[in-house]
Design a protein around this ligand. Structure first.
Ligand code: PLP
Length: 383
């Protein structure tokens, strides 16, 4: 039997989402940019999806840009605002947290090669950004601040509203990567003082390969790819109509079931966090103990090879992660775990367990037993 405990890496497409998508592959296949009836039908579907996504973010429809994934949304936010700010104001200083997803971290590194100055905000040992640090790091040449909403690797939820407030007061655009957060937390771009916000459908039971970027009206931004005039000129390329329809429906379902899911998941999470600390020696929880995603448990184990642990768990039937799907297989400790101050012999033994709609208490109980046993075995073998 295979047990999936890696819902932060991806989720299955909900049947209700799939059935909304299907007609747009075969019957309503027009290009939304065409003038004829087929095009109009497709355009109506895209605009309906846009209004729905906007209402779920507490935004206006013309502030939603559809993209090909969460990664592209992050790229567009950083590149688009950085370039526009440099052109218009000569601003070239970018503030980001050091615990961002690679989609933000590596984009910032490329911008550094183009002459932007990237400054990393401090984070505490749970990976949290202090809004006062943002306030004091902002200067006249600051083009953009980017801080992750909820961390994919260690689950910590940032005080996004307060960070946004600090940026708003200084008149600096604020981007947040909400690709994990949008699956579990209420999104409200006004309450959170956010100017740009990234989401991706496959983290909330929608299809892979589609995302959206919220861009507050008036935010300086330019396109990151050239071509047609789609999406207000911000994202050239023919709309992926079925996937856009799927993203909107999946987001609606996610946002309308936040409370019951959070209750279900946080009970499993807290059981697992407690059980591991109680039964496995030299184990630590990474990320914030309580201000964390409801379905997210993450650990480090001293002197345990994390990749070996993942492989042994896989053989035992459990699909987990070391924190980020993009990093699996790498012998380097993750930047996130290094940024929160973990020594290498801890950071290399990391494990992320994220629950989903099929996870039950019995399953998590079995999993904790298997985990304790495997870690005991790995440690005994390396004595
Ligand atoms: C998954 C993820 C991304 C990338 O989204 P894709 O749609 O897979 O490209 C970006 N940021 C965070 C926090 C994520 O969890």
């Amino acid at each position: 039997m295979k047990i999936y405990l890696d819902y932060a890496a991806s989720t299955p497409v909900d049947e209700r989402v799939l059935s909304k998508m299907l007609p747009y592959f075969t019957e309503q296949y027009g290009n939304p940019s065409s003038v004829h009836w087929y095009g109009q039908q497709a355009e109506a579907a895209v605009e309906q999806a846009r209004s729905l996504v906007a209402s779920l973010l507490n935004a206006r429809a013309d502030e939603v840009v559809f993209t090909s994934c969460g990664t592209e949304s992050d790229n567009l936010a950083l590149r688009g605002v950085a370039w526009a700010q440099r052109k218009r104001r000569g601003a070239n200083h970018i503030l980001i947290s050091p615990v961002e997803h690679h989609a933000v971290l590596h984009t910032a590194q490329q911008l550094a090669e183009q002459g932007f100055e990237i400054e990393y905000l401090p984070v505490d040992e749970s990976g949290m950004v202090d809004p006062d640090d943002v306030r004091s790091a902002i200067r006249p040449g600051t083009a953009l601040v980017s801080a992750i909403y909820a961390n994919n690797e260690i689950g910590t939820i940032n005080p996004v509203g307060e960070i946004g407030k600090a940026c708003r007061e200084a008149g600096v655009p604020f981007h947040t990567d909400a690709v994990q957060a949008a699956a579990h937390l209420k999104m409200d771009v006004d309450a959170d003082n956010v100017d740009l916000l990234s989401i991706g459908a496959h983290k909330f039971y929608g299809p892979k390969g589609v995302g959206a970027l919220y861009v507050r009206q008036g935010t300086p931004i330019e396109a990151a790819q050239a071509g047609g005039k789609q999406e207000n000129g911000l994202r050239a390329g023919t709309h992926n109509v079925p996937y856009i329809v799927g993203l909107a429906e999946a987001f609606r379902l996610a946002q309308s079931t936040l409370q019951e899911r959070a209750q279900h998941h946080s009970a499993l999470r807290d059981y697992l966090l407690g059980n591991v600390l109680e039964n496995i020696p030299r184990a630590r929880v990474t990320g914030h103990p309580s201000r964390r995603l409801p379905n997210h448990a993450s650990f480090v184990f001293d002197n345990v090879d994390g990749n070996q642990l993942l492989m042994m768990l896989d053989i035992a039937g459990y699909a987990c992660s070391s924190g980020s799907a993009c990093k699996t297989g790498s012998p380097q400790p993750s930047e996130v775990l290094t940024a929160i101050g973990l020594a290498r012999h801890w950071a290399l033994g990391s494990l992320r367990v994220t629950t989903g709609r099929d996870s039950t208490p019995e399953l998590i109980e079995q999993f904790s037993q298997v985990l304790a046993e495997l870690i005991g075995r790995i440690r005994a073998a390396s004595q």
